[in-house]
Design a binder for this molecule. Sequence first.
Ligand code: NAP
Length: 288
Amino acid sequence: MNAIGQTLEGKTLALKIKEELKKEVAELKEKFNCAPLLSAVQIGDNPSAEVYFKSQKKCADELGVLYQRHQLPADIAQDEFFAFLDSLNKDKNVSAVFVQMPLPKQIDARQFSGHMFPDKDAEGMHPENLGRLFFGKARIIPCTAAAVMELLKSTGVNLYGKEAVIVGHSEIVGKPLSLLLLEQFATTSVCHIATGERGLTQEHVGKAEVLVVAVGRAHLIKGSWIKEGAIVVDVGINKLGDKIVGDVEFEEAAKRASWITPVPGGVGPLTVTMLMRNLIEAAKLKIK
Ligand code: NAP
């Protein structure tokens, strides 16, 4: 393992990956006359989503891909929303579709994820894409899980046989990440609410050589729990007073970890880059 507490900066890594993606976009345009287009859909108003939409647009401009945004009314009926999705599915110019979560309660999230055309599913949450992930054949990977894997890869540490612990089993982060870590032959444990209720989270965290936390509770993981030399990726974003903090007590954890992501500035900047990578993958699938 490396020297104590090296910071895993998502921004620097995102810049590097974006350079590679720019080349892919240029090639798609030159060889195939294909300009990838991401359609981003928002239902109703959600001021906190604004930051993510802005960073999508900025990233799209940097990479030279097309970006369009659709604003739908908050009370849109499910059938109407699915009809709109169908129009994007059929539109030959649209390479991939992003829909801002959470959906309003009149729309069934399960039906929605199956309704998207899998090859245009920018977030990799269609059952077919999740099935491919299960079989180790993923083409479009859920963005945050993919961002975590890129951060881990950037450390140069081989995950084979490593004790990996994920805290949080959400469908967008913890569950897909567990499959990606297993694919690298990390010995993977997933902690969730029941682990916490039994008071066993500390014990699991203490054996983690690779720890990923995605819960959304400020400082849930104490710095003193971290195993010496562990790689720590903190996905959590929480408001604490006027500060944004992660799920891990950063200062204490950094004294024990070999690598640790800051919050903000760790996973966040990479997530939108992974969304763009999925867009480019979707554009390539269309050509195939
Ligand atoms: P989520 O859907 O609310 O999932 C949180 C998970 O944590 C659930 O599986 C929940 O289990 C589990 N959990 C709750 N309390 C726990 C405890 N005490 N111990 C262990 N597990 C516990 O959230 P999410 O969408 O995965 O996001 C998690 C955090 O990451 C949030 O802060 C979010 O803002 C952040 N995030 C950041 C990025 C980024 O780009 N940086 C992207 C996505 C999310 P139950 O469902 O069983 O209660």
